[in-house]
Design a protein around this ligand. Structure first.
Ligand code: FAD
Length: 327
């Protein structure tokens, strides 16, 4: 496989690989998730992101997982945050709380209103993810208007440096179109608006054909989007999960893959189908110039690490470590 071709627009050097988790609901699941995080950390991803229930339902559980990553690994934890249904004051307090916990990377999302709610009801003070991106920067600047750094040779002197900024403010994007958007041009416009608001990384919704991702990136670049656009891929190892994902994301998987999974009676063979499909898709987008991979884990490390192993990915950080030990 060709080495990961870094996107020329990619700013951070560690964007090659990232993983997504969701906060566990039980103590047993929390213990299992700790082990999963340790295993994911072994391949040295650029960051591990943790989802957030729209409306703040999972706030404390998300924060617990993020703190575990912060305190037990040297991997950057990324907090998903949603703003749907929040007042300005609530959103401000939420961002502040995560910054206070030491989180410096965010995936700013609007989130969806509760199922069955009145479609004409107001969404809260922040109607779009772009406004949340601006708020994250604003809250960070208010907390830390400038930075003081030591002056070499003078233990008491301090120099003022530029404002501290969050490491990453990522946003979601939809290569096959957000279910509620008019057309793909609107999705590109919205992505550009998010970058103008201060986002520096985009992560895609699941997609099942490499051309959907690569074509969308071309459209986004033509419209002026410069931030890296990480393809979001999930090895889907059961037919039931594939059906659930299609329902949740409203992105239809290829019929031949869905049928192959459905008619395969053996669980191990089903897993193999899902892992090889995801590996093939990942290889195609990387060959097409993707700056890395964001792998949806479903809180399990086995399938995503299998994909990483089959692709033979060495992260930029691992490569740097190897170079250091060679010296
Ligand atoms: P926005 O970009 O604000 O867009 C939402 C809608 O508004 C779209 O229909 C868009 O077409 C429209 N819109 C936006 N801006 C404008 C504008 N200026 N003018 C007109 N229309 C506009 N949900 C969660 O609850 N928790 C999570 O942790 C979570 N993680 C996710 C991670 C990823 C990688 C992805 C792809 C999605 C995730 N979601 C999550 C789902 C997401 O919250 C929903 O898809 C939501 O409907 C859209 O969120 P957004 O941030 O893209 O919103």
């Amino acid at each position: 496989m060709a080495p990961i071709a870094p996107d020329p627009a990619a700013t951070p050097e560690r964007t090659a690989l990232s993983f997504e988790l969701f906060p566990p609901r039980t103590d047993a699941a929390a213990i299992a998730l700790g082990r999963t995080i340790d295993r994911l950390a072994d391949v040295d991803p650029a960051f591990i992101s943790v989802t957030f229930g729209a409306g703040g339902t999972s706030r404390d559980r998300s924060l617990t997982v993020l703190r575990y990553i912060l305190e037990n690994t040297d991997i950057e934890p990324m907090a998903h945050l949603t703003c749907v249904g929040s007042s300005h004051a609530e959103a401000n307090e939420l961002v502040r709380r995560f910054l206070d916990a030491g989180i410096r990377s965010f995936l700013a999302l609007r989130g969806d209103p509760p199922a069955g709610s009145d479609p004409d009801a107001p969404l809260g003070d922040l109607a779009t993810a772009a406004e949340l991106v601006q708020l994250i920067h604003r809250v960070q600047q208010e907390r830390e208007p400038f930075r003081q750094v030591a002056v070499a040779g003078n233990p008491v002197a301090r120099r003022i440096r530029e404002r501290g900024r969050p490491t990453r403010v990522a946003v979601a994007t939809f290569p096959t179109g957000h279910p509620r958007s008019k057309d793909l041009a609107q999705d590109v416009d919205i992505l550009l608006a998010k970058e103008v608001a201060g986002a520096n990384l985009a992560i895609t919704q699941l997609f099942w054909r490499a051309d959907d991702y690569l074509g969308f990136v071309d459209r986004a670049r033509a419209a002026g989007v410069t931030m890296p656009i990480l393809p979001g891929i999930m090895p889907t190892t059961t037919s039931a999960r594939l059906a659930r994902l299609a329902e949740l994301t409203e992105v239809e998987p290829p019929a031949e893959f869905a049928i192959a999974l459905e008619i395969e009676p053996d669980a191990a063979a089903q897993a193999e189908l899902g892992i090889s499909f995801a590996t093939g898709l990942a290889a195609e987008v990387l060959d097409g110039g993707a700056p890395g991979l964001h792998l949806y884990t479903y809180n399990r490390h086995e399938a995503v690490l299998d994909v990483v192993g089959r692709l033979g990915i060495a992260t930029p950080h691992q490569l740097a470590n190897e170079r250091n030990t060679e010296r």
